[in-house]
Design a protein around this ligand. Structure first.
Ligand code: SF4
Length: 209
């Protein structure tokens, strides 16, 4: 494993078993995958892609620890969540915990999609992060590949943010469900006045009220 990979693993050890370290969460999003879904942005990414849409997700320090079971409960409590999307940050650095979460929501009939900066081939190789296979087995859709600024595309007919990224349909039932676009944006306004802007290139931007 590379020293960068070791760094991620060492930091990950601070996360208690049964928990995720997340950057953000939202229910009922319509711009982060097929249909209406919850989105979990995990904390921690090593890539430092130029013009990354979520640079505050890079740090592996603990941001918000959330118990997997309480997150499952939260996702299932909203009837309109037909699935969940993992974004980041790099979801595959917390693959075992996300696989656990995915199994639980799938048992309740929801679908699961993930973004990743790795390629599918890297995730299937022996040097993949721990638990990568376990998580891949639970996914209906995987958007793979890092964001490359020089290959950026933000159009109504592209579900990916740069042309090197691929939409891998891992469950054939989802072959006609690639309905979102990389240029879409939505704003969630919460009762306490906070606003969350998401969608464009998988971004998340929380603004205090
Ligand atoms: S992989 Fe995604 S979260 Fe990580 S630096 Fe690149 S764009 Fe940002």
């Amino acid at each position: 494993m590379s020293s960068a990979g070791e760094k991620a693993y060492l930091s990950k050890q601070e996360i208690p078993p049964g928990y995720l370290n997340i950057m953000g969460y939202v229910d009922e999003s319509e711009v982060n995958g097929p249909g209406t879904r919850a989105v979990v942005w995990v904390q921690g990414c090593l890539r430092e892609c130029p013009s990354c849409f979520n640079p505050s997700s890079w740090s592996f320090e603990i941001n918000e620890l959330v118990a997997i079971d309480s997150l499952v409960e939260k996702i299932l409590s909203k009837e309109r969540n037909e699935g969940v999307t993992f974004s980041g940050g790099e979801p595959f650095w917390q693959a075992p915990a996300l696989a656990n979460l995915a199994r639980k929501v799938k048992a309740a009939g929801l679908n699961v999609m993930s973004f990743t900066g790795f390629t599918l081939e890297q995730l299937q190789s022996p040097s993949a992060p721990a638990g990568a296979q376990e998580l891949l087995q639970e996914l209906d859709i995987l958007i793979d590949g890092p964001y490359i600024e020089s290959l950026a595309i933000n159009t109504p007919d592209s579900p990916v943010s740069s042309s090197n990224q691929r939409v891998n349909i891992l469950n054939p039932d989802f072959k006609d469900r690639v309905t979102w676009a990389s240029d879409m944006v939505e704003i969630h306004i919460f009762k306490d006045g906070r606003r969350l802007v998401t969608g464009y290139r998988g971004s998340i931007n929380l603004q205090e009220g």
